[in-house]
Design a protein. Structure first.
Length: 414
């Protein structure tokens, strides 16, 4: 909805800038035209007054000039205050406030206003009177138009920058989704063959016996028959093959709108605990993976495959941070908050540098030299965009602590 409305909003704002500019230009032209007419009339009257030979005629023309000037200023809505030699207001016009010059309080307020006018423009002296004046009211309104235009242009520039960034981000997301689906497709063929080989190992069959069933076009001959492997090795190979199948399924889901069901995070966490505990020694890590999610923790609404991936990414991120050192990774339940279940994954590693905290979820950003900067950005996408949850990096004295909130299934519409 926002993307469809956004171009229209830009067009309306751009049209507003053009219209305001045209209105402003027209009003300025009218003001200049009116000023030229006023100045011309005043010049003509002043020329007549100075050319009069009779003192009485000259005084009459001078009074007429003053009257005409005051009339024009009143018509142009120019604030005017006429004061006598003692500074008392004798005549006012177009004041921005209501005040009676005959009232002492009103006269005092007018004198204060006269001081403001004189700070902006010097008064004009005529005989024993002083004429104090300010700017026309319409000129004060016109002053705001360039500021309004500049504000709209700045908003347009900001909106344009946002649109470019959104377009780049959207394109990057589309590329990632396409890459994820293609990766899942490419992994499908070798995984099918691996599953077939494992089935043969489990039953102790000769590899050549499976060549005719069509499961593997590259099955070896009897001369290269593989002996039956130890049962525990077959179980571990099967677990890793199942993991590859799950990874393939994850990549398929990341570019789609997955089905959401009830998910037991306690079960997910313990399954990950069993998987990693069997492999931590081979990774050279002296790390304890602890799960503190009670069985009574509420179910959440989500896709189990994707949520397991999100938690797995956080565990792997913690293991990378520990970098083979002794430490602890903890998955814990943090209670209910506003109909959401909160979970936390934290470690005892070195933590995230302060300068990197704002970028930690950005695609392509990694604190490791060989990192791709995909894991945490994927985790945020899974939690926030696909499950309407939240994830943040908490401030902690040591290590990194990620806190997630997911909608509780019992109170959500499936």
């Amino acid at each position: 909805m926002t993307r469809r409305v956004f171009p229209y909003a830009i067009a309306v704002a751009f049209a507003a800038v053009i219209v305001s500019f045209l209105v402003y230009t027209q009003q300025m032209a009218n003001a200049l035209r009116m000023d030229a007419a006023v100045f011309s009339r005043i010049y003509a009257l002043t020329f007549q007054a100075t050319g009069a030979q009779d003192p009485e005629e000259q005084q009459r023309l001078t009074d007429r000039v003053l009257f005409e000037v005051l009339g024009e200023m009143n018509r142009l809505e120019i604030p005017v205050v006429v004061t006598d030699a003692d500074g008392n207001p004798t005549s006012v016009a177009n004041l921005p406030f209501d005040a009676d010059r005959r009232d002492p309080e009103g006269a005092e307020r007018i004198r204060a206003y006269v001081a403001e006018l004189d700070d902006r423009m010097p008064p004009v002296t005529a005989h024993d009177l002083q004429i104090h004046f300010g700017e026309p009211i319409f000129l004060g309104r016109l002053k705001w138009i360039p500021w309004l235009q500049s504000s709209i242009l700045l908003m347009l520039m900001a909106a344009g920058a946002w649109a470019v960034l959104a377009s780049v981000r959207g394109e990057r997301e589309r590329i990632w989704s396409a890459m994820a689906r293609e990766s899942a497709h490419q992994m499908g063929t070798p995984l099918s063959s691996l599953v077939g080989w494992l089935e043969q190992l489990e039953v102790g069959m000769e590899p050549e016996a499976a060549a005719g069933d069509g499961r593997s076009p590259t099955a070896p001959t009897a001369a290269t028959a593989v002996p039956t492997a130890p049962p525990e090795l077959i179980l571990e190979m099967k677990a890793d093959t199942d993991r590859l199948l799950k990874v393939s399924r994850r990549f398929e889901l990341i570019g789609q709108h997955p089905r959401l069901d009830e998910v037991d995070i306690a079960d997910v966490a313990r399954r990950l605990q069993r998987y990693f505990q069997a492999r931590l020694p081979s990774l050279g890590s002296r790390v304890s993976l602890i799960v503190e999610v009670p069985p009574e923790a509420p179910l959440v609404i989500g896709n189990e495959t994707l949520l397991e991936w999100a938690f797995e990414n956080l565990i792997k991120n913690a293991l990378d941070a520990l970098a083979g050192r002794e430490g602890t990774v903890v998955i814990e339940y943090d209670g209910e908050h506003s109909e959401r279940a909160a979970f936390r994954v934290f470690d005892t590693g070195p933590g995230v540098p302060a300068g990197h905290r704002k970028q930690i979820f950005d695609i392509g950003f990694s604190t490791k030299e060989s990192g791709w900067g995909v894991g945490l950005s994927l985790t945020r996408r899974i939690i926030q965009e696909m499950h309407d949850g939240t994830i943040l990096l908490e401030h902690s004295d040591s290590g990194a602590s990620f806190r997630m909130e997911l909608p509780i299934a019992e109170r959500s519409a499936l």
